[in-house]
Write a protein that binds this ligand. Sequence first.
Ligand code: ADP
Length: 529
Amino acid sequence: MKTPLLLRHLFDYAMTYFPNQEIVSRTHHGMHRYTYEEYGARTRQLSSALAKLGVEVGDRVGTFLWNDQYHMEAYFGVPAMGAVLHTINIRLPADQIAYIINHAGDRVLIVDRTLWPLLAPVREQLTSVEAILLTGPPQSTDPVSNAYDYETLIAEGDPHFAYPDLDENAPMGMCYTSATTGNPKGVVYSHRGIYLHSLTLGLANTLALSMQDATLPVVPMFHVNAWGLPFAALWFGCKIVLPGPAPQPKTLLDLMAEEGVTLAAGVPTVWMGLAKELEAQPTPLKLRAAVCGGSAAPEALIRTYEERFHIPFIHAYGMTETSPIASVARLKSHHQSLPASEQLSVKSSQGLLVPGLTIRLERDGQDLPWDGEQAGEMCIQGPWIADEYYRDERSAATFIDGWLHTGDVAAIDKEGYIHIVDRTKDVIKSGGEWISSVDLENALMAHPAVFEAAVVGVPHPKWDERPLAFVVLKDGATVDKSELVTLLATRFAKWQLPDDILFIDEVPKTSVGKFLKRALREQYRNYLA
Ligand code: ADP
């Protein structure tokens, strides 16, 4: 049958089979809990309220929210009615926020009242926004024009609102990804793409998400759909645990323990912060999967979780343009008998491409063999891979002949495991050779005194660029520079070693908690000049 693959089918299935399952959310005022059934009625009320406001199929509805129950309602309430869920990164600078709202042409915004002060300064610049729905209790800072109280508005909505039939290729959501220079670039997701992406998260070769799980997306719901977890989790009947406003490691740990979380997902810095907290406060957890992606997970971090805390660690790779999950590092059956150290090197790779996608490595226009040695740019194709940036001339540089050029340099081994060497923009080009910043960082972070390490290339008069390492020590730990150099010298050739190692208090982070190497590069541009 040619049944269209629509998000409303995920929603209907979840409502039919799991009406009593729970969605739990940390809020500004304690915990909020309700069943899928109650969630479903409110979600339809939201859709109906949006329709009354004039939102039509194809219109963009922006969200400016934490990971909470309101965001969860928008996640299905907006696309199921045919509108487009535009999740806005609340941590972007105000001018970029204004740019993306205008560029997407959002007609309605759903905003957490406590976040309104971030939007207020650019309100006058927003050219397309006709209505603002405010969640949470009234604040003195609330906007006055075209603003509605979310609860009051949806109370008048129809809890039986009927969802329309749509073309499966119709857009259901969009998310902007940061660009090295210039404004963020918009990626549009289709119903079909997200339906298939959600399905893959249930595969045993990937996350094996199921109705046995309690899922906690730490990754923000404004960052590539929280890696698709909210869609798949609801479809498969997971308990959904949402961490609410600005969760700190201790809060996350308590939530995991109290709500029996089995699968949580976040970037490496989240897992590093949690590891510190777990050391300080050993807590029994039911976690069966610590899912980590967004940047390379250091081997030492994986070892800490697997060997010290006995929590299985799953390393995944993806990007905004890939919806995002593109590859997941799970062991093949013949790896099971390998010693732990060899298993670790499989687990710290970016893993195997998920079923449904196609990949190739390209360098200077040529395809490279999968020999684990030769590194080139990964190019990916598949049903949940974007084929352009939304109304953006920069599309031509990234989407070429039907392939997404990821900007990530990798080698693929004979078994198919992807080993990312670096981002094209982070790889250090020294005297015509490439030095992987990721490999150096991994080696530094394997030292027991090191909490974080970032390596960047800075201009050098003779070699073009040379590596400079930045190290953050664990609380109370000390180590000599020379000891770190000796450690690196056991694994790297002399020309690959950093020209200097600098101790700093913190590695600068992006809006989603990744290392912001660009900031270090700019700050230390003249260090070796
Ligand atoms: P941003 O450029 O803002 O970080 P994305 O969130 O889309 O945007 O990031 C995607 C990029 O993150 C990938 O292109 C890759 O460089 C990096 N990345 C994601 N997951 C991993 C991983 N497991 N290992 C190494 N790099 C990763």
